[in-house]
Ligand binder design. Structure first.
Ligand code: NCD
Length: 310
């Protein structure tokens, strides 16, 4: 079977495919720290960032990744309100296709939108987050960050906590972490736990002390109120009381447990600043740094597979 042209999801990737991306990203992390670039690699290639949803770190890191590899990068931000669903999306794809774009990075509030675009364009499509479905590069950068600190993912206990139901980050992480042999726990209120999620080979907890017990990694998620139908959580204050991470709650995990968050954070809701900003425990800044390296690895890999002539 030929290697896939696009990166639409973690689901379906094999352990060697994931490991190859992580190994290449590791090399790019070292290159980035050395201050060097590789501007000849994607010279003459065009990368379009097509974001139908807000983003800070994902969009800028794809932009930086493309530029460090020498691509011409174009950012298109499309406000959700001006988008006329399916038809406009396909029209947009046809337009971009006519511009001979090589790499198309797509974020959309509808699950499946990048997959739809991938069927309509010649470019390699990278899913930068679609609805509540997947956010593959986020899971890759999370895995790379963990691997740099623990050497391997195999056998680690990773507790993913909070708003699981609305989180594409959680979903991609579940697929990736279980594929590479980590034990995944989901911790959150029943209202924020998707139905049938236990079929993905995870353990479910509704209380932080039990869910965090013996955890190596505590991954907090943003309470995604913009995706929520009313009434799923009584109030931010109550959510913080039962599911927020502070120094005391972190004490339920292993003594050297590390803290992660994909950002943007709701400080004082799912995570307290004392934990988020503790350099001995928090990997949050390193996650952002690894985001650039992972995106360079993905762009590099897909550009090599591309059949488009430059
Ligand atoms: C996440 C996303 O957009 O899914 N953010 C990100 O890409 N770093 C998580 C979130 O929005 O809470």
């Amino acid at each position: 079977m030929p290697a896939p042209r696009h990166l639409l999801a973690i689901q379906g990737l094999s352990p060697p495919e994931i490991t190859a991306l992580l190994d290449l990203a590791e090399a790019y992390a070292l290159l980035n720290r050395s201050g060097k670039t590789q501007r000849d690699l994607l010279r003459g290639r065009t990368l379009i960032n097509l974001f139908f949803e807000d983003s800070t770190r994902t969009r800028t890191s794809f932009e930086l990744a493309g530029k460090r590899l020498g691509a011409d990068v174009i950012n298109m931000s499309v406000s959700t309100s001006s988008v006329n669903k399916g038809e406009t999306l396909i029209d947009t794809a046809v337009t971009l296709n006519a511009m001979n774009c090589d790499l198309l990075v797509v974020r959309h509030n509808q699950s499946g939108a990048p997959a739809l675009l991938a069927r309509k364009v010649d470019a390699a499509v990278i899913n930068a987050g679609d609805g509540t479905h997947e956010h593959p590069t986020q899971a890759l950068l999370d895995a790379l960050t963990i691997r740099r600190h623990r050497g391997t993912l195999e056998g680690l206990v990773v507790a993913i906590c909070g708003d699981i139901a609305h989180s594409r980050v959680a979903r991609s992480n579940i697929y990736l972490l279980t594929t590479l042999g980590a034990r995944v726990r989901l911790v959150g209120p029943p209202t924020l736990m998707p139905a049938a999620i236990s079929e993905l080979g995870v353990e479910i907890f509704h209380e932080m002390p039990l869910g965090l017990k013996d955890a190596d990694i505590v991954m907090m998620l943003r309470l995604q109120r913009e995706r929520m139908a009313a009434g799923l959580v009584p109030s931010a204050r109550e959510f913080r009381h039962f599911y927020g991470l502070d120094a005391q709650t972190l004490g339920f995990a292993k003594p050297d447990a590390l803290v992660m968050h994909p950002g943007p954070m709701n400080r004082g809701v799912e995570i307290d600043s004392a934990v988020a900003d503790d350099p001995a425990r928090s990997l949050i800044a390193e996650q952002v740094e690894m985001g650039v390296a992972v995106r360079m690895a993905v762009l590099d890999t897909l550009a090599r597979r591309s059949t488009r002539n430059v």
